[in-house]
Design a protein around this ligand. Structure first.
Ligand code: ZN
Length: 153
């Protein structure tokens, strides 16, 4: 199977069976994001305990890219520290930049350093209008975390 087809399968699988698609009973960080160009909407709910995201809910609706990205993101950040999540966010957005050259890199031995299924979205950067779709859940996640951090200080 060509890599591109494999990537498409992974994206469709997350779109059809989204992970972490739940409203949290107990959330202490929430943000809503939308991408008017495509009509994508995403709501991120987090339970942050100590410096760790212990639960995440990703709900919303929109195109396969935005929803699959949110599903994969939930898996990637759950149980991670805020610091690791910030690094992952930088790494993902770097991968999604048009030439991929902004990837800051990451020590592969560090826990949580692996983008995993998220790598399947890298083909999207060939379609600049869809990059916003892929980044939407991440931008919304950053907003939720920043809101939490600013309240905690
Ligand atoms: Zn979209």
């Amino acid at each position: 199977m060509a890599l591109e087809d494999l990537y498409r399968e992974v994206i469709l699988d997350h779109y059809r069976s989204p992970r972490n698609r739940q409203a949290l009973d107990r959330a202490n960080a929430v943000a809503d994001g939308n991408n008017p160009l495509c009509g994508d909407e995403v709501r991120i709910e987090l339970l942050i305990e100590g410096d760790q995201v212990t639960a995440i809910g990703v709900t919303g609706h929109g195109c396969s890219i935005s929803q699959a990205s949110g599903s994969m993101m939930g898996d990637a950040v759950k149980g991670r520290t805020i610091e690791t999540i910030r690094t992952l966010t930088g790494r993902f957005k770097g991968m999604m930049s048009i030439d991929g050259a902004n990837d800051p890199g990451l020590d592969p031995n560090r826990p949580g350093a692996v983008l995993g299924d998220l790598e399947s979205l890298q083909g999207v950067r060939k379609f600049p209008v869809r990059i916003k779709c892929a980044n939407l859940p991440w931008t919304t996640l950053e907003e939720a975390i920043n809101g939490f951090v600013s309240r905690a200080c």
